[in-house]
Design a protein around this ligand. Structure first.
Ligand code: FE
Ligand code: FE
Ligand code: FE
Length: 207
């Protein structure tokens, strides 16, 4: 909030500012999703992101509806947080190989969903405090979509993207407990020896 911009003096104004923040943020997400869809290698991930793009476009309209219910002209306010989350995801996409791309993409997409979840959660509690369950109800529809998307992304990561980024064909959960135990013990051995090697090279450098 700059020196010249209007001060926010009430919960109602704070609520409107929050709507403006999300109005801007959702539009940035809608602009970024096509690029993410293009980068996704897994077809199920692609179609889920596609579905969420359609939802996001509808979420922008839903925000317009809440502005209207509030007798307020829809307007965006810069959201440096969403700009940063999208920029970080985009930069990461330029740094990863094909093998780990879907896992990275899901992680980046989940950062977006989590920001949205926290903002809509707050907006809903403010709307209720302001005595407007009608605003809260509309916003809750969006919150539910963000949560469902986040959940779906976790499932896709666990089932496919993470194991494949990790060089495995089957997900951890799908294997027997004993195989899982052996696998994780192996992973511990590897990371231990890596740490050991790192310590050694640090020691060499400092010597
Ligand atoms: Fe959204
Ligand atoms: Fe923001
Ligand atoms: Fe979303």
């Amino acid at each position: 909030m700059g020196l010249l911009s209007r001060e926010i003096k009430s919960l109602d104004q704070l609520f409107v500012h929050g709507l403006q923040d999300m109005y801007y943020a959702e539009q940035q997400v809608a602009k970024s999703l096509p690029k993410m869809i293009e980068k996704a290698t897994d077809s199920q991930l692609k179609s889920s992101l596609q579905q969420h793009l359609r939802e996001t476009e509808n979420q922008v309209k839903r925000l317009e509806k809440v502005f209207e219910m509030h007798d307020e002209q829809p307007k965006g306010a810069n959201c440096p947080a969403m700009d940063g989350i999208l920029k970080e995801g985009d930069e990461l996409m330029g740094e990863v190989t094909e093998e780990v791309r879907d896992a990275a993409l899901i992680g980046a997409a989940q950062a977006v969903e989590h920001y949205e979840i926290t903002r809509y959660g707050t907006l809903i509690t403010w709307a209720k405090e302001l005595g407007h369950n009608d605003w809260a109800r509309v916003l809750k529809e969006t919150l539910d979509e963000e949560k469902a998307t986040d959940k779906k992304l976790t499932q896709m990561a666990e089932k496919k993207a993470n194991p494949s980024a990790h060089g495995r064909k089957t997900p951890m959960k799908g294997r027997s407990a004993s195989t899982r135990k052996r696998a994780s013990a192996g992973a511990r051995r590897v990371s231990k020896s890596k740490t050991h090697a790192k310590k050694k090279s640090t020691a060499r450098r400092s010597a």
